[in-house]
Design a protein around this ligand. Structure first.
Ligand code: UT7
Length: 343
């Protein structure tokens, strides 16, 4: 973790020389189809009791065959733009964080650009797995503060059902599909990101990965037969790193802002496992009521996870303007991150 200095006045970071960055709108979209633990237990050797007690997940959403990551992303984006009161032509840049792009190329962000009519916008994808949304927020903030752009759309979107091995009970019970989005804009003297911590450790890339489909292992009849085009995870090892990395990223983010955890109104952790969320909350010294949890309904939606949760926290009235919130994430790479936002 980089030892960045504490900010004397954290607000100075996004309130500088007449510019400041505000999240002016959020939105989310999940597919209509619900897949419950009971339905899963009819397909693979598992049961509701195991999934609930080990993960906290009760059900997840599954995209239709003809519904792709760009469709989920575009719907979430349209809701965020409506909440922000902006139209497509006002967006300067679209960043889509995803590990399940519609295709290897072109980017899903380019496909979203067409669907939402943001024809002036530059567009690219960002691959930081479950940490992608925080990476995206920080990149958006940098572009706005550097006066390159005034309005950036950050989307976390996944169709994980397309890379889950439905014969592997160790992983198939964990993941779901969905998308969340945020519009970040230049707004003088407003609210925004106080800090974002980002980290990575490529030495542990094998803990959570998809071996097939890239330049190392292009699709062949053999690679498909060997089930290399599905995600693989060493659950226990990943779990340990998740707790450590999330605690240390959150601690560093709070330290930089000179904030105690008690000052945070709502903690929005990556929704991978209820036990991970509780362990992180406990080690940070947070009260259980500070933690936002919705993984019982969506499972782990990777880059979409905290974006969907942020939208739900706002629309359900858990967060109000002026509240301090903490996002904290962890994912394949390994990657991790934490962000403190004055909402
Ligand atoms: O989003 C990116 C980050 N991802 C994460 O952070 C996920 C981190 N890992 C986890 O959340 C947990 O490790 C899991 C939920 C994946 C697994 O929980 P666990 O407590 O670590 O279980 P385990 O993998 O050690 O498996 C315990 C037992 C095994 O049986 P034996 O060997 O003890 O007889 C598994 O075969 O549970 C068995 N098992 C299952 N049983 C019923 C594994 N999956 C299932 C299942 N249903 N779906």
């Amino acid at each position: 973790m980089s030892a960045a200095p504490k900010f004397k006045n954290p607000r100075a970071r996004y309130n500088y020389q007449g510019r400041s960055v505000s999240i002016t709108g959020v939105g989310a979209y999940v597919p209509a189809k619900v897949l419950t633990n009971f339905e899963l237990a009819a397909k693979v050797d598992t049961n509701d009791e195991w999934i609930t007690s080990r993960t906290g997940i009760k059900e997840r959403r599954i995209a239709a065959k003809d519904e792709f990551t760009s469709d989920l992303a575009a719907k979430a984006a349209q809701r965020a733009m409506k909440a922000a009161g902006v139209t497509g032509d006002q967006i300067d840049l679209i960043i889509v964080a995803t590990i399940t792009p519609d295709m290897v190329f072109p980017s899903t962000a380019c496909l979203v650009q067409q669907k939402i009519g943001a024809l002036r916008a530059a567009a690219f994808d960002l691959e930081a797995a479950c940490s992608g949304f925080i990476y995206g927020l920080e990149i958006a903030q940098q572009f706005i503060m550097s006066r390159t752009y005034d309005a950036v759309l950050v989307i976390g979107a996944e169709k994980l059902s397309s890379i889950v091995d439905w014969q592997d009970r160790n992983t198939c019970v964990l993941f779901g599909d969905g998308a969340g989005a945020a519009v970040l804009q230049n707004r003088a003297n407003s609210h925004g990101l106080l800090t974002a911590v980002m980290g990575a450790d490529g030495s542990k890339a094998d803990l959570l990965h998809m071996p097939g489909g890239g330049s190392r292992c292009p699709a062949t009849a053999d690679s498909v037969a060997a089930r290399l085009h599905y995600l693989r995870m060493e659950g226990k090892e990943t779990y340990k790193h998740a707790v450590q990395a999330m605690v240390s990223a959150a601690t560093e983010a709070l330290r930089r802002c000179d904030l105690e955890i008690s000052k945070i109104k709502c903690i929005i952790p990556h929704q991978a496992n209820r036990r991970i969320i509780d362990a992180v909350g406990e080690r940070l010294g947070a009260r259980p009521d500070q933690l936002f949890v919705n993984l019982d309904r969506y499972g782990n939606t990777s880059a979409a996870s905290v974006a969907i949760a942020l939208d739900e926290a706002v629309s359900s009235g858990r967060i109000h303007r002026g509240d301090l919130i903490l996002l904290v994430v962890f994912g394949a790479g390994l990657t991790w991150g934490a962000a403190v936002i004055e909402w």
